[in-house]
Design a protein around this ligand. Structure first.
Ligand code: KDG
Length: 346
């Protein structure tokens, strides 16, 4: 109880501090309604990102800013990258408080808010981007966005983090046994933890903002992320081996605070939603182009290996019990519906 009070107090303090660092212009919820509607002042929308300003996530956030500000001068978008304002989970909580407007995290940290998003954490389920697009743009995507709004946030669009690959500083990974005892950082997500444990590794959950230092200080041996993140967050400086596994497809979700949304005029809501969707298209295209070019660059900077299909069968076999175990916490019916959508899309 005392610990929870401390956490709430800390978060409130953080939010007050973040709110205080505003530049005096009307910001956060109250500001919207009064300022832009009545006073014509420009309303600021702050976006918190975990990745740096070299990544497709940042570039497409700039596209979002451009699209919004070309359509109205009543909104001004500010982008904070590299977890400057908060890590993924804290950013989501700040959206719920209404002290931050927008964040675009992976789905994995969001499962502690809406467990159904955990379907994307079931390893080796989505095989390629064609299937991904059909599933995300289908009714599963809409149903998940609906569930998000029960948590005080609104999902406006699907963006792309991508297919995740393994890197490490210890050894080349070609077979399942090579994972034995490897200290792997995972996102803060029980299914990821369970999957890497089942594959023989020694996983540690950690916020993205702490990852680079953990690899530098060898607190962890390895991590898993899409190729653009591996290259553009400079992982070759602290990792020697990169292994193509495509074990998970991570969507990014464009989340806006329900409080911020409710404080926008209808015209502003229209502008923000269509910009999030259009910038989402921009992001998928840029992420896929960057994933291909990043892989070529990484082959020149790291020792690259690809797990054979035959060996991947053993990886799939190892995580099967984990998938069965977590069907319950995600929701059996929803998982079945999702897997059907995936099969139909293939
Ligand atoms: O802003 C997004 C990132 O913070 C995070 O989601 C990146 O995939 C990621 C990870 O491994 O944490």
């Amino acid at each position: 109880m005392k610990k929870n009070l401390m956490i709430i107090f800390t978060l409130l303090l953080m939010s007050v501090l973040v709110a205080a660092c505003g530049n005096g212009e009307s910001d956060s919820v109250e500001g919207v309604t009064e300022a832009s509607a009545d006073t014509g002042e420009t309303k600021k929308l702050r976006i918190s990102l975990g990745l740096n300003d070299k990544t497709p996530l940042y570039k497409s956030s700039e596209k979002f800013k451009e699209l919004v500000e070309e359509k109205t001068d009543s909104l001004n978008v500010e982008i904070y990258h590299s977890g400057q304002l908060a890590d993924d989970r804290s950013a989501i909580e700040m959206l719920q408080f209404g002290t931050l407007d927008i964040t675009i995290p992976s789905t994995a940290p969001f499962t502690s808010f809406v467990p159904e998003y955990g379907v994307f954490d079931l390893p080796f389920t989505l095989k390629n981007t064609d299937v991904v697009d059909k599933v995300l743009q289908g009714k599963i995507g809409d149903e998940l966005a609906e569930k998000a709004s029960e948590q005080g946030v609104k999902q406006l669009a699907w963006w792309e983090n991508g297919f995740r690959q393994l890197t490490n500083s210890k050894k080349s990974i070609k077979k399942l046994d090579d994972l034995n005892g490897l200290k792997v950082r995972t996102m803060e997500n029980d299914i990821h933890l369970g999957a890497w444990k089942a594959m023989g590794a020694n996983p540690t959950p950690m916020a993205f903002t702490e990852l680079f230092t953990a690899m530098q200080q060898k607190t962890v041996d390895g991590q898993e992320n899409p190729y653009p993140t591996i290259l553009l967050e400079k992982y070759p400086e602290v990792q020697k081996y990169v292994t193509e596994t495509n074990h998970i497809y991570s969507p990014f979700i464009f989340l806006i605070s329900q409080k911020t949304w409710d404080g926008l005029t209808e015209e502003q809501q229209e502008i923000v939603e269509s910009a999030a969707l259009e910038a989402g298209e921009h992001n998928r295209k840029l992420s896929r182009e960057t994933a291909a070019s990043a892989l070529e660059e990484l082959k020149g900077q790291m020792e690259y290996s690809k797990v054979s299909d035959a060996e991947l069968e053993k990886f799939r076999g190892a995580v099967k019990p984990v998938i069965e175990k977590y069907k319950e916490s995600i929701g059996q019916d929803f998982v079945e519906k999702y897997l059907n959508e995936v099969n139909n899309a293939e």
